[in-house]
Ligand binder design. Structure first.
Ligand code: ADP
Ligand code: GLC
Length: 488
C-alpha cells in the first residue's frame, strides 16, 4: 500500500507537541508493516536549521494561492525508518521563528501548504492508495483532491485524523478564494462554519474516513462540548469516527538506552536510575540535589487545555508541606508562565520551573520524576503519560479522552490484578487533583507497593506496531469501499 502522510510538524524536523511525535513515528511504523510511505511537512526554519541531511528533491512548481502563484521547492530527507520525508520549502511562508503564531497571512500559508501537498500527491510516481491528513493544516487536502480536476486517481482514498478538535483553522469568508475552490462549496454542509471558512470541518466533510487519537475522545467529540461546534458535522457522516490510541517511539523513549540520561535503567534498577536522573536534573536546574522527597513533574504546553491552573493551585497547596518537590517544564501562555514563575519564587526549595522547549530535558524530567501530572481539561490522547509509564513514573491524570484509555487507577483491586497504571481523578477540581497526588505520595512511601507499580507501568506496551496495524486495517477497509460522496 502506498501512503502519503501530511502534517504541519514531525520529528526529527520540527516539533511543538504530540502531533510531531505521531507524524514522525507512524510513517516509520507503517513502513515496517510493508507500506511505501512518504511524509510531507512544511520546510519550517526549525527543520532546515537542525543540521539534518536534507537535499533538493529536484521537484518545483508554482502553487495557486488566490490570484498569486507561489513557488514551492521540494526538499527530500530520508528518515531513519527508511521512508521519504518531503519538505515544502517556501521562505516567505515558513522561514519564521515559530511554527505557529498568529501570523496575518496564516490563511495563505496553510492553504499554500495544503495545495502544495495535494499537488505533490499527484506528482510522485504511482498513485497513492491513501492520503492521510493530520489536523486542520491538512484539512483542505481531501476537498482539493475530490474537487479539483482529477489531481489523483479515483481509487485514492483520503483519511482525516483529528488530533485536537479545538483547533479548526477558521478564517474570514474573504479568504475563501485562497482555497482555489468555487464559492459554491462555501455553505454550511461543506466548508463554511459561522460565516467563516473552516479547514478542519472541510477535512471532516470531504475525507473518506475520519479518525481520532483515542476511542474515548472519538466518543467525546460526537457531542457538545467535546465536538467544539463540529459535533453536528460528525453526525452527518456515514459510519463512525474511529479512535486509535497513539503509540510511542520506543527507541527514542527508552530508559534503558537514552542518551539524555546519566544512567540508563530498566525495571530492576529504576530506583538508582531515577536517583542519578534527579542528581543531573537538579544540577541542571541550579537547585539543591535530591534529598529523598518524591519528585512530582509536569511537562507540556502551557495552554488552557492542559489544566495549568490546577497545577498552579496544587503548587500553592502542597509546596509548603515538605513532602514533595515539583519540577515544571513548559512553554506557552505568558499568563501561565508568570503564575508558575511566582510559585517558584514563593517556594524556592520546592518548586522548580523551566520555561522553554527542551527535548533532552523532557526525557531527563521523565526519568527523574516519581509522579507526572496530566490534569487536562480535555486530552485527545496525550503522550506524556505514556512516556512517564515507560520511565517508571506514575501519571496522575484527569479522566478525560485518551487519558481514560491509557491509565488505570491504582486501587487494591487493580494492584492485585496487576493492571494499576496511575492515579485518576474525575473532575476539573484542584481538591481532587491534590487528593490524587497525595494518594500517589502515600503509595510512594510504601516501598514494596511502589516497586510493584513501577515494574507494572514499565512493562506496558505502547509501541506503534500494534496501533499502525489498526491504521492499516482501516486504510484497507476504506480502500475497498466507495468514496465518501461529494455534494455539488
Ligand atoms: P500535546 O500534543 O497536546 O502538546 P502530548 O502529550 O500529545 O500533548 O504531546 C506533547 C509532546 O510535547 C511530548 O512529546 C512532550 O514531551 C513534548 N513537550 C511538551 N512541552 C515540552 C517542553 N516544554 N519541552 C520539551 N518537550 C515538550
Ligand atoms: C494533540 C493532542 C494530544 C495528542 C497529540 C497527538 O496535540 O492535544 O492529546 O496526544 O495531538 O495525537
Amino acid at each position: 500500500m502506498r501512503v502519503l502522510e501530511i502534517a504541519s510538524e514531525a520529528i526529527p524536523f520540527a516539533k511543538t507537541g504530540g502531533l510531531a511525535d505521531v507524524a514522525g513515528a507512524l510513517p516509520a511504523a507503517l513502513a515496517r508493516l510493508g507500506c511505501e510511505v512518504t511524509l510531507v511537512i512544511p520546510g519550517h526554519r526549525e527543520a532546515l536549521d537542525r543540521g539534518l541531511a536534507i537535499e533538493p528533491a529536484g521537484i518545483g512548481f508554482d502553487v495557486p494561492v488566490g490570484a498569486r502563484r507561489v513557488p514551492a521547492r521540494i526538499l527530500r530527507a530520508t528518515v531513519p525508518g527508511g521512508h521519504d520525508a518531503l519538505l515544502v520549502d517556501n521562505p516567505e511562508f515558513f522561514d519564521r521563528p515559530a511554527l505557529y503564531g498568529d501570523y496575518a497571512d496564516d490563511a495563505a500559508r496553510w492553504m499554500f501548504f495544503a495545495r502544495a501537498a495535494a499537488e505533490l500527491s499527484a506528482r510522485l510516481g504511482a498513485p497513492f492508495d491513501v492520503v492521510h491528513c493530520h489536523d486542520w493544516q491538512a484539512g483542505l487536502v481531501p476537498a482539493l483532491l475530490k474537487i479539483l480536476p482529477p489531481l489523483v486517481p479515483a481509487a485514492t482514498r483520503t483519511v482525516m485524523t483529528i488530533h485536537n478538535m479545538a483547533y479548526q483553522g477558521s478564517f474570514p469568508a474573504s479568504d475563501m478564494p485562497l482555497t482555489g475552490l468555487d464559492w459554491r462549496y462555501f455553505n454550511w454542509r461543506q466548508m463554511e462554519c459561522h460565516d467563516r471558512v473552516n479547514l478542519l470541518k472541510t477535512g471532516l466533510v470531504f475525507a473518506d474516513l475520519v479518525t481520532t487519537v483515542s476511542p474515548t475522545y472519538a466518543r467525546e467529540i460526537q457531542s457538545a462540548p467535546g465536538g467544539c461546534g463540529l459535533e453536528g458535522v460528525l453526525a452527518t457522516r456515514s459510519g463512525t469516527v474511529a479512535g486509535i490510541v497513539n503509540g510511542i517511539d520506543t527507541a527514542a523513549w527508552d530508559p534503558r538506552n537514552d542518551p539524555h540520561l546519566p544512567r540508563p535503567y530498566g525495571p530492576d534498577d529504576a530506583r538508582l536510575g531515577k536517583l542519578a536522573g534527579g542528581i543531573a536534573l537538579f544540577s541542571r536546574l541550579g537547585a539543591a540535589p535530591p534529598d529523598g522527597r518524591p519528585v512530582v513533574a509536569f511537562v507540556g504546553r502551557l495552554a488552557g487545555q492542559k489544566g495549568v491552573g490546577l497545577v498552579v493551585d496544587l503548587l500553592h497547596r502542597l509546596a509548603g508541606s515538605g513532602r514533595v518537590r515539583f519540577v515544571i517544564l513548559g512553554t506557552g501562555d505568558a499568563h501561565w508562565e508568570g503564575e508558575l514563575g511566582h510559585a517558584a519564587a514563593e517556594h524556592p526549595g520546592a518548586v522548580h520551573v523551566s520555561l522553554g522547549f527542551d527535548e533532552g530535558l523532557a526525557h531527563l524530567v521523565q526519568a527523574a520524576a516519581d509522579l507526572l501530572l496530566v490534569p487536562s481539561l480535555y486530552e485527545p490522547c496525550g503522550l506524556t503519560q505514556l512516556y512517564a509509564q515507560r520511565y517508571g513514573t506514575l501519571p496522575v491524570v484527569r479522566a478525560t479522552g485518551g487519558l481514560v484509555d491509557t491509565v488505570i487507577d491504582v486501587s487494591p483491586e487493580t494492584v492485585r490484578e496487576g493492571s494499576a497504571s496511575g492515579f485518576v481523578f474525575p473532575h476539573v477540581d484542584a481538591g481532587e487533583l491534590e487528593r490524587a497526588v497525595i494518594r500517589g505520595l502515600d503509595a510512594h512511601a510504601d516501598g514494596e507497593l511502589w516497586q510493584r507499580l513501577v515494574r507494572q507501568v514499565m512493562g506496558l506496551d505502547w509501541s506503534w506496531d500494534t496501533r499502525a496495524r489498526e491504521y492499516l486495517r482501516l486504510f484497507e477497509r476504506t480502500c475497498s469501499q466507495p468514496p465518501q460522496p461529494v455534494e455539488s
